[in-house]
Design a protein around this ligand. Sequence first.
Ligand SMILES: CC(C)(COP(=O)(O)OP(=O)(O)OC[C@H]1O[C@@H](n2cnc3c(N)ncnc32)[C@H](O)[C@@H]1OP(=O)(O)O)[C@@H](O)C(=O)NCCC(=O)NCCS
Length: 169
Amino acid sequence: MQTEKISGTMNVRFRNVSMKNWEEMRRFILASELNFPKSLRFTEQDYLEIFSRRSPVAVAVFNEDGYVGNVVGYPLSNEEVQRHKLGREDEGEIYMCNIVVDPPQNGNGYGQMLYTEIRKRSKNRGHKKIFFHIDETNSMSMREGRQELSRIENWYGTGRTFVLYESAL
Ligand SMILES: CC(C)(COP(=O)(O)OP(=O)(O)OC[C@H]1O[C@@H](n2cnc3c(N)ncnc32)[C@H](O)[C@@H]1OP(=O)(O)O)[C@@H](O)C(=O)NCCC(=O)NCCS
């Protein structure tokens, strides 16, 4: 089992999520989708599509009681760079498509840990930037280095405004 301790935090460990351990991880990851509005939920098919891409980054965090949350990202394709109206040179940078923490664990810093972890792993792979959309009212835990690029009202029919951020790694 691939684990990693965070200094100063007891019994917290990160685990890669991939096609290799999907059978074991799928119940945690698919259950976490219920924390999103219906129109934003990823299906198992969506996850399998992400894992089949070049160099996805998918990490789950566990504590002594079990699964707590996860974060998922992948390098942007040229088509996605155009769709999100990013610069041409941003192809291959990381897009964080999903970050979620089990509601009973909200406010304990896990969101921040997952954000820090995906930034660290992306930087180690040579990426220079990370992009993500989050609800304008969402936690500020993903604030490190971020710059607002645009706002989209009624994101996927949720009635909520989402903000597209970029953050240098
Ligand atoms: C967004 C989400 C991932 C945040 O997770 P979280 O674990 O609650 O986030 P954190 O605990 O790191 O941060 C939440 C707040 O608690 C604070 N906090 C409390 N205790 C903390 C601690 N021990 N260490 C760090 N921060 C702490 C943070 O500063 C932050 O405050 P802020 O919002 O005023 O900046 C979570 O709310 C979620 O899963 N939402 C539903 C899914 C979603 O909308 N995802 C984002 C769009 S993809």
